[in-house]
Ligand binder design. Sequence first.
Ligand code: SAM
Ligand code: SF4
Length: 341
Amino acid sequence: MQFNGNAFEADRLKPIDSLNRIPQKLRISITDRCNMHCVYCMPKEGLQLYPKNQILSYEEIQRLAAIFAGLGIKKIRLTGGEPLVRPEIEKLVCALSSIDGIKTISMTTNGLLLNKKAAQLKIAGLHGINVSLDTLKPDRFKSITRIDGLSQILLSLQTARDEGFEIKINTVIIRGQNDDEIVDFAKFAIATGYPVRFIEFMPLDGSHIWNPSLVVTKEEMIQRISQSGLELLPLNNNLSDPARLYAIKDNRATIGFIPSISEPFCGACDRLRLTSDGKFLTCIFERPKNDVKKLIRAGKSDTEIADYLMACYQKKPPGLISLLEHNTLRSGLNLMNTIGG
Ligand code: SAM
Ligand code: SF4
């Protein structure tokens, strides 16, 4: 088997796991650092961060991305920690954009630095941006993120839109924290045109606060929005997109729900993940053990690394469904700031 430049020979098998899932998307966490400390994601103190030399360099990320592209990956999302805290991220975006087979590069960010970076990211070839925003109330924003930054995020959204970016809002709903804002966010989607995607709280919390009673399910959210008088019309969904999309009747707004817990979509999962310290994850709930960085730093060839990735992928676990079956869901199963959501 030959690896030539960016693409494997055409007859190379696509990596299909035991459930016949074909990966198309790769999420790369480019740092475990963050300029916020959201209460459900990162504790304010005591979280062990990786030494900087354990984080993948841009060159290593670019090389791995090209190998993944050779295996059929078409879309890359950069995440973190907070991707925008990594210096000169636009250079990485530019390098990834030039990889054969990669059709889109997008980013998930908390938006704090987006105002400054939006123009450079556009020039570098970034396609879409998801901005995480869990509250529209300034005081609550401060208590959730431990930063006084709501107005900065709203400014960033406007700047990014002016640069021509397609923006989506990610909102994690947690009972007792922000579930009283579900309808406000639906109205925010109407007022601004930004599609809002409501995410069910997952046990991937470095702060170990997750428990099932904090999860507000998709059905409950739909009920609350409907009771407010807004009518939701289901849209045709692409099964590999975890968001279940709805139009709000008589408005040009779209909202979505990511029902990771109440309606796990593991059977249609087409995502792979690379952690900031170079572990390959075939499932968001899998313990990070497949150490690709070790292979790169040991001087292995692209073909050897690709074979390793394929071998790991064949063992992709069934996912959340089996954790639910075995009643093994508990807080802190993985750390979102290292795997990137
Ligand atoms: N810092 C960036 C941000 O906040 O957008 C990127 C990394 S963050 C880990 C990626 C996404 O994961 C964010 O939308 C965040 O709200 C979400 N997230 C973090 N912890 C979560 C959890 N326990 N359950 C569900 N979503 C979570
Ligand atoms: Fe940082 Fe994003 Fe985690 Fe919030 S959710 S602490 S912004 S990595």
